[in-house]
Each structure stands twice: as structure tokens, then as C-alpha cells.
Design a binder for this molecule. Structure first.
Ligand code: FAD
Length: 295
């Protein structure tokens, strides 16, 4: 089993892993990936790219992922993942990706938005690489702590972000847009997949209405991406609430009464808010175990 690495200091070499999910090298995504890699290198990052289609990445979890498991035994993916990670018997492709994640201090997932989510090959990368004991099932699980997750975990101290292209218009993904707000659509990835194992997640870079983009549009988009990548070190992460910082009740893991932006519900509740206050009268709320950062 591999142990997590700590954050690098400002002077240490910077290491970025870009996980790329598009089947065509000559695509817009392929061109933006090249822009991103060049820009990161210009900033002193050493960059590794996991080009999932080019690697022939296996997207599905099945028996073949757990060579230690007898094929006649019933496959229980969670347990097989746990044993595989603990005993170092996960497949070599998965182990190589885990090593890259441990190596990197910045992880970028880049993909076209397909059916409001990531392409299956990238979901399959997460399913297979984010193993039990590595990305979940980490830390003390008791009546005091609900494991090391949501801001803590093996990826703590590392940053991550998404680079996403979408055919739809920006307005369609706005707060009242018909597709739903983009931050909500991406929440299962930014919060559920990246923040969960401990990454600090930077705001997503989303390019809208890209189908039919011309050369001038591409250059403007490429420059916007370069600008975003130039400010990686100074961009504040999305202010998700840490699970174990006192904002949630145990064991139901509900946000404590009195916390949350005025009128907020759903995903927005899990962002720290200037409106946060304590309902002193509530039996569920304790000032002593509450520690909130207000951005
Ligand atoms: P490409 O098709 O490769 O290129 C897009 C345009 O950029 C082309 O016109 C191309 O000529 C141009 N271009 C300009 N400069 C360059 C350059 N230097 N290199 C390459 N191309 C350039 N969209 C949504 O909004 N929501 C969805 O839920 C959604 N679901 C989808 C599901 C599927 C299965 C598919 C296939 C598409 C879906 N889309 C959706 C649209 C999708 O998000 C876009 O088609 C995608 O983001 C475009 O990225 P691309 O890299 O494939 O672009």
C-alpha cells in the first residue's frame, strides 16, 4: 500500500496530472489539452497526461480487476477493491494511475460534457482507480468521525480542477437556465469525486457553445484557458464545507441548523456562507465543535 504525500512547498517542483477523455486527438479538446500542457510547463510544472482513449483504458469494473479474487467467488466490488488495494494486487494499469495521483499536486480532469456528465471512459477511470482505502473507506469511522472525506483523505493538500467543453449556451447553464446550473451538474464530480478524497477543488473552467467554433473563437478560448492556468496558484478553491470541521451532525451527516446561505438548499448548502449562524437554541448545534471558514 502506498502512503500519501504531503503538499509541496512553493519552491518545490510543481507536478500536474491531466486526465484526458476524448477519442480524437484532432478535436477541440485535443487542441485545448495541448494549450494546457504547454501553459503548465511554461509555469514550471512537470506534466503527465493520462490520455484514456489512447491508453485503451478499460472503463468497466469487473472480475478481471481483482486477480487475487477466485473467479468462482461472488464479486463484491467494494470488498474486492479494499483487498486489492491493501494487498497491492490491483491491476498494473490501476496501480500506475494511483501512483500518478500520489505524485501530482495538481490534477486536472478534461472532457467534453456528454449527457450532462463525463464520458464513460473517465467515469470508469474514477470507478477503477479511486479504490477503497485510497479514495474512500479512509480514516476513523466512529460516532465521532465519519472517516477522512470531504476535505480530508489521501488527496489532502492537493488541488484539482475540471476543464470542460459543452455544446450548450452559457445562459442555458445559468442559475435559471433550463439545463440546470453548471456548478450543480458538475457537483457530483467536483464535490462527490474530487473533494471527497481530499482535493481542494478549484472552480471549473467551462467552455460553452463550442460546436462550430471558428479559428478566432478558438484563439480567444485558448487565451482564456491560459489565463486561468496562470492564476492556479492564487485561485481560491470552491469553499466546500469540511465534513469534520463541525458543520455536520453525526451520524446523519446533515448540515447543522443555522448554517447555509439564506434561502439555500440542495448542493449550495455545502458551501460555507457569510449567512452562517448558529441556532443556539437548537439541541443539535454546539458552538464548541463548530469551525467555519467564511470566504
Ligand atoms: P470538436 O467537435 O472537436 O470541435 C468543436 C468545434 O471546434 C468544431 O467546429 C471545430 O472545427 C472547432 N475548432 C476550432 N478550433 C479548433 C482546433 N484548434 N482544433 C480542433 N477543433 C477546433 N453538450 C452539452 O452542452 N450538454 C450535453 O449534455 C451534451 N451531451 C453530449 C453527448 C454526446 C454523446 C455528444 C457526442 C455530445 C454532447 N454534447 C453535449 C456536445 C459536446 O459537449 C460537444 O460536442 C463537445 O464539448 C465538443 O468538444 P469536442 O472536443 O468534441 O469538439
Amino acid at each position: 500500500m502506498t502512503t500519501p504525500k504531503t503538499t509541496t512547498s512553493a519552491s518545490a517542483p510543481k507536478k500536474a496530472l491531466l486526465v484526458f477523455a476524448h477519442p480524437e486527438q484532432r478535436s477541440l479538446n485535443g487542441a485545448l489539452r495541448d494549450v494546457a500542457v504547454r501553459e503548465l510547463e511554461a509555469q514550471g510544472y512537470t506534466v503527465k497526461v493520462s490520455d484514456l482513449y489512447a491508453m485503451g483504458w478499460k472503463a468497466t469494473v469487473d472480475q478481471a480487476d481483482f486477480p487475487q479474487q477466485h473467479t468462482e467467488d461472488r464479486l463484491i466490488p467494494v470488498l474486492a477493491s479494499k483487498t486489492g488495494y491493501e494487498t497491492g494486487t490491483l491491476t498494473d494499469d490501476v496501480k500506475a494511475e494511483i501512483e500518478k495521483l500520489l505524485w501530482a499536486d495538481m490534477v486536472i480532469l478534461q472532457f467534453p460534457l456528454w449527457w450532462f456528465g463525463m464520458p464513460a471512459i473517465l467515469k470508469g477511470w474514477v470507478d477503477r482507480v479511486f479504490a477503497y482505502g485510497f479514495a474512500y473507506g479512509v480514516g476513523e469511522h466512529s460516532d465521532k468521525r465519519w472517516g477522512d472525506r470531504y476535505g480530508e483523505g489521501m488527496m489532502a493538500g492537493k488541488r484539482a480542477m475540471l476543464i470542460v467543453t459543452a455544446g450548450g449556451w452559457e445562459d442555458h447553464y445559468s442559475a435559471r437556465g433550463i439545463n440546470g446550473p453548471i456548478d450543480d451538474l458538475l457537483f457530483p464530480i467536483t464535490h462527490g469525486t474530487l473533494y471527497y478524497p481530499g482535493f481542494q477543488v478549484l472552480p471549473s473552467f467551462v467552455a460553452y457553445r463550442v460546436d462550430g467554433l471558428d479559428a478566432a473563437g478558438f484563439e480567444a478560448l485558448a487565451e482564456k484557458l491560459r489565463m486561468r492556468l496562470r492564476s492556479l496558484d492564487t485561485t481560491a478553491p470552491i469553499p466546500y464545507r469540511q465534513q469534520n470541521a463541525g458543520d455536520y451532525l453525526i451520524p446523519n451527516m446533515k448540515l447543522k441548523p443555522g448554517l447555509g446561505a439564506h434561502g439555500a438548499n440542495g448542493f449550495a448548502l455545502h458551501l460555507t456562507s457569510a449567512d452562517d449562524r448558529l441556532d443556539i437554541g437548537s439541541p443539535d448545534t454546539s458552538k464548541a465543535d463548530r469551525l467555519v471558514t467564511v470566504e
